[in-house]
Design a protein around this ligand. Structure first.
Ligand code: AMP
Ligand code: MG
Length: 415
């Protein structure tokens, strides 16, 4: 049997992303239901934000012509709380004004109350002494400086976080057009697998990939279907693939992608569609299968994408984050894909350089450096639970205490 080609992580990712295209179709949802979704069309603001020039301080609105020297005395001619609109500010007067209230016509600066002394408050003849000479425009927030009516408030492809929902609300919108959810089916191969709650037979282990991977899909706002555990048999694997292809955009599986005789995904996917089996020069995670499964015998019905992840729990988690997540982001039409890595200081030695690109589980310590989980085995899932993220360690590289390394936080990979 010929050995599959060995790809770098970047080559594998580029290859995957060159195939993925945004899914067709979307829906309109309320802002409250839009968290974690992807905007399908750009939306414009209905209003200027702020709607009028307004003050960012409690104080006095003045004409700077009247306050060119510190100590000017002005008559307090009006009071403008937030939500009201004042009248023309006559020369020689000031307006008592509160944060968020519109600047009255004629005024061109606000002096904060700490820089003013109120005098002679009786009989409505209040006067205010302005202790500074404000610059024109001081403490004024300009109409439309945040958003402009009729102009794009949020662009198509934007991933909607809490702050984007707030921007939409400030623009006066109640609903947002979003991409439909990407539909992903998952199944888990292995005769050794049992569900938590079941009694383990000798040689059995609990299926942890199910919960890790389904939660990853949930955190990416996918519609996930759990097709359960599939035994290590060719026919059962083919049947699971046929079922999974029906109503889904993508099928992901764990286990069975090596080329051992108990690994049935390769022949099954080949029979039901097409498959590339890759060896990726990464650790954990070496084998990864990518292909497509026919939705029916009718070519016009199309295909569902297929990504087969390795079975070891850390391998399947890490390869999901590195390869499946960017693929899903592209299906979702999100305008970003690969996560940013940050230079961070290693507070440990890692002296066994590997030929493969390693992704080490690490945690940020109180000194602002990174600690390494002592057991980096691809079967030890507690390394990922202990860790805050991964170090992307290039092939052949050792790490010495104090070195700057490329750190990718899990938090950037799970949304
Ligand atoms: P495989 O990729 O099928 O050769 O599996 C590699 C290793 O991962 C084996 O030790 C399997 O028992 C383990 N494994 C496979 N699937 C799972 C799973 N769903 N949950 C936990 N461990 C698994
Ligand atoms: Mg297996």
């Amino acid at each position: 049997m010929t050995k599959p080609p060995m790809l770098t992580a970047q080559q594998a990712l580029d290859h995957l992303l060159s195939h993925a295209q945004s899914v067709e179709g979307g829906e309109v949802v309320t802002i409250q239901d839009a968290l974690g979704r992807v905007l399908s069309e750009s939306v414009s603001s209905l209003v200027d934000v702020p709607p009028l020039d307004n003050t960012s301080m409690d104080g006095y609105a003045v004409r700077t012509k009247d306050t060119a020297t510190p100590g000017a005395i002005l008559r307090v001619a009006q009071r403008i709380p937030a939500g009201s609109v004042g009248t023309m500010l006559e020369p020689g007067t000031a307006a008592r004004i509160f944060t968020g209230a519109p600047i009255p016509q004629g005024a061109d600066a606000v002096v904060m109350q700490e820089d003013c002394i109120l005098e002679g408050q009786t009989g409505g003849l209040a006067q205010v002494k302005i202790n500074i000479a404000p610059n024109s425009g001081q403490w004024i927030r300009r109409q439309g400086e945040d958003l402009t009516a009729g102009k794009t408030a949020l662009a198509a492809g934007t991933f909607l976080r809490p702050q984007e929902l707030g921007v939409a609300a400030s623009a006066g919108l109640t609903h947002l057009p979003v991409k439909r959810r990407v539909r992903v089916a998952a199944f888990f191969t292995g005769d050794e697998l049992a569900l938590p709650g079941e009694t383990l037979k000798p040689g059995g282990i609990y299926n942890s990939n199910r919960d890790t991977l389904l939660a990853c899909l949930k955190s990416l706002a996918c519609d996930a279907t759990d097709l359960g555990i599939v035994p290590d048999q060719l026919e059962a694997t083919k049947a699971a693939l046929r079922k999974a292809s029906k109503d889904h955009d993508l099928i992901i599986t764990s286990g069975g992608v090596s080329v051992g005789e108990e690994d049935h995904l390769k022949p099954a996917v080949t029979a039901e569609g097409r498959l590339d089996l890759w060896q990726i020069a990464i650790k954990p995670g070496k084998p990864l299968a990518f292909g497509a499964v026919r939705k029916s015998d009718e070519p016009a019905d199309g295909e569902a994408w297929f990504i087969g992840l390795p079975g070891n729990p850390v391998s399947s988690f890490v390869t999901f984050l590195l390869f499946v997540r960017p693929f899903i982001l592209k299906l979702q039409g999100r305008d970003e894909s690969t996560p940013q890595s940050y230079p961070m200081r290693a507070d440990f030695d890692w002296l066994k350089a590997d030929r493969r690109n390693e992704f080490l589980r690490v945690k940020i310590n109180a000194q602002g450096g990174l600690d390494l989980f002592p057991n980096q085995s691809s079967g030890v899932l507690t390394s990922a639970s202990w860790g805050d993220g991964l170090i992307d360690c290039p092939p052949g590289q050792v790490i010495q205490t104090g070195d700057l390394v490329k750190y990718i936080p899990f938090s950037a990979l799970l949304s």
